[in-house]
Structure formats: C-alpha cells, structure tokens
Design a protein around this ligand. Structure first.
Ligand code: EPU
Length: 337
C-alpha cells in the first residue's frame, strides 16, 4: 500500500484524488475515495480498469449513484465512474451492432434511416435514464417509457435490471457490452443473458453500453405514456427528495402474503422513523430519505433498524436492494448504479 500512498499514479483518464462519494450518489451521504477515475469512452474505461487493477488497489464501479450508500470516511480504493460516458446514438446504416457500439463520431454525410425502419438505439453506460427515455420520445420509439422517473444511469440500470410494474430495462435489450474482470470487452446477446428480479446477473462484469430494439410508435403516444408513469411515480414515491430508491427487494409474495416491502414497513407504523437526519419516507415505506444533514451511519443504522423490526414482527428477512459500500467489504465489480 505504501507505493500507492506516496506516489502519484499516471492514470489514463481524468482522475480525482480524495473525491467525495456523497456528491455522486442520490442519497447525498458517504465518505471519500482515494481515487475517482472518469473515463470518457469505452476505450478509456478499459484502460482505466487495467491501470486500476495494476495499482493493486481494490476497484469499484459507479454509475449514477442512485442505488448506493457509501460508508462515511476515506475508502482506500479506486472508483471508476461512468458519468462522462453519456453518449446515446442510433446505429449507422450498414454497420453491425457491434461496430455501432464502438462508433465515436457519427458520419453526418450518411442519411439515417427513419426510426421506424431501424428502431434500434444505442447508449453508453453513463447515459442517464431520463436522457434515454427523452430520446425515445423524440424518435417515436416505445418500450422504455416506464424508466422515466427511475434515477441513475443505464449501465447501473442494466446491471441491476431496474424496473417496476411496467416491466424491466432488459425487456427490449438486444445486447449488452460488458468489461470482464480480466479487462476484456464481451457482448452478451439478450438470449444469452439471465436477468432476474432486480439483478442483471452479469457475474461481476461491468456494463459498457447496450443496444435496444424498440417499437415504432406515434411520438404523442410515447409522450403520453411517459407522462402517466411520471405522474403515478410522483404520487407514490418521494421523487424530489434525496434517497437511494427502494431500500429492500420485495419479498417472495408466498412468504409475505403478497405484501411488498413498502407495505410491510408501513403496516408496522414505521413511516417517519428517524435516525439522525435519515428518515423513512412518509410517502413510501421502502424509501429512506436524507432530510439534509444525514450521514451514511444514520442511513445504515435506520436500514438495519427497519430490517430488524420487520423480522421481529413478521419473521421475514428483507433483502437489501440498495448496495452498501462498506470500507472493509471486498468490492464486487458489478456493484453500482
Ligand atoms: N404500499 C403501502 N405502503 C407503502 C408503500 C407501498 O401499503 O408505504 C403498497 C402499495 O399501496 C401497493 C404495494 O404496496 O399496493 C406496492 O407498492 P408500489 O406500487 O409502490 O410498488 P413497490 O413494489 O413498493 C416497485 C419497485 C419500485 C418501482 C415501483 C413502481 C421494488 C423493490 N420496487 O415498488 O422500484 O418504482 O414498483 O413500479 O421492486 C427501485 O427499484 O428503487 C424502486 C423504487
């Protein structure tokens, strides 16, 4: 560790030292990381990952930080963030999808087909969910409307198979490009993937980008569906407050008699419960919000307390949906959103 503590490493991309993780997560809590790397495209991402591995430091990946609570204090590792990899584009005529995903500059001299003729869309991991959905609205492509209002980046969304009552992000995927733990690119066709409930099941591989095949639809219809999803979300979830989305996965309905995690917490009267400045949302029992000055310790303690109370009352052991970045845990490469 002495080597890393005392030397500047020559990183192959933008690198920030002692960067704040609270600033990069939607819960706005947590400590700092020794090195935060921000590659701007898939090639830099690969180089950054290889350099991070060679440094001997533990590595974690960060997308939009919408599903992460990072412990307070300084974590002596490397976080590779996809925030600068925001590109979203349509495949160039005459190119394969694999080629499209690597494309960096669209050739403006080539006439693009109508979206109805080629309803595919490509996004790099750091593209935000709202940007992806807005693009489908502009092109008249249906299938991702339900993602509106889901925070985070598409990479994290695919890694954890973000979804809701409308469906899941994997539903319309054609293939996903990932970086393997050895630092190699791999393409996974949807048919070869095995996503599960809130789990892209990528086995420690990191999402670089993806291709969707969507349904051509009138733009106004896509827009209307987005509006409906958003309105519903705003009614039932604390969307404007700092949170990490749903804290727990919904339990097996056979075990919980069909009750969701939010409902179980609600039934126990736990809404409004606080630890420090962290609070169980009054609007939805499965959300913990940061009222302004919460620390990661407050949030983590409130999560444990909630889990314990549910277990005591019902015997149900809720499983975390939120990823907890504890400083001592061995990092999992796919942990991020
Ligand atoms: N409910 C309560 N009290 C509450 C919250 C919910 O009684 O405090 C009841 C509701 O009335 C409803 C049922 O529980 O009958 C289910 O609630 P809701 O429709 O809000 O959905 P959910 O199962 O709690 C899931 C996803 C959300 C997603 C919504 C909407 C999980 C863990 N959560 O929530 O995803 O936004 O459906 O599609 O799968 C996330 O992944 O971070 C997330 C928020």
């Amino acid at each position: 560790m002495g080597f890393v503590e005392n030397c500047k490493i020559d990183w192959p991309c933008v690198a920030l030292e002692h960067a704040s993780l609270a600033d990069r997560t939607t819960m706005r809590v947590g400590g700092r990381v020794r090195w935060l790397l921000e590659p701007k495209d898939p090639d830099e991402l690969q180089a950054a990952y290889r350099a991070a591995r060679n440094s001997g430091l533990p590595v974690r990946f960060l997308g939009g930080g919408a599903n992460i609570v990072a412990e307070d204090g300084l974590w002596s590792g490397v976080v590779i963030a996809t925030a600068a990899m925001r590109r979203i584009f349509r495949p160039m005529p005459g190119t394969s999808e694999e080629e499209s995903l690597s494309a960096r500059d669209a050739d403006v001299r080539v006439a693009m087909p109508e979206p109805a003729e080629d309803p595919r869309l490509i996004a790099w991991a750091g593209c935000t969910m709202p940007a992806l959905v807005r693009t489908t609205k502009g092109l008249g492509l249906s299938g991702l409307e339900g993602l509106m209002g889901v925070p985070g980046h598409v990479g994290g969304g695919i890694a954890m198979n973000a979804g809701g009552s409308w469906g899941e992000i994997w539903d319309h995927l054609e293939f996903v490009r990932v970086l393997s733990p050895e630092g190699e690119f791999q393409d996974i066709a949807k048919a070869d993937g095995a996503p599960r409930y809130r789990d892209g099941n990528l086995g420690g591989r990191f999402v670089v980008g993806a291709v969707w095949r969507l349904e051509p639809a009138p733009k106004l219809l896509v827009q209307e569906r987005i509006r409906e999803y958003l309105q519903h979300k705003q009614r039932v979830q604390p969307v404007t407050q700092w949170s990490a989305g749903c804290v727990f996965k919904n339990p097996n309905p056979e075990v919980s008699e069909g009750r969701s995690a939010g409902r179980l917490i609600d039934e126990l009267g736990l809404k409004g419960l606080t630890v420090g400045d962290a609070q169980i949302s009054e609007r939805h029992g499965n959300f913990i919000i940061n009222r302004g000055k919460a620390t990661a310790s407050d949030v983590l303690a409130l999560m444990d307390e909630t889990r314990e109370r549910v277990a005591q009352a019902s015997g149900i052991a809720l499983e975390f949906e939120v990823k907890r970045w504890l400083r001592e845990d061995p990092p999992e490469t796919s942990e991020r959103i």
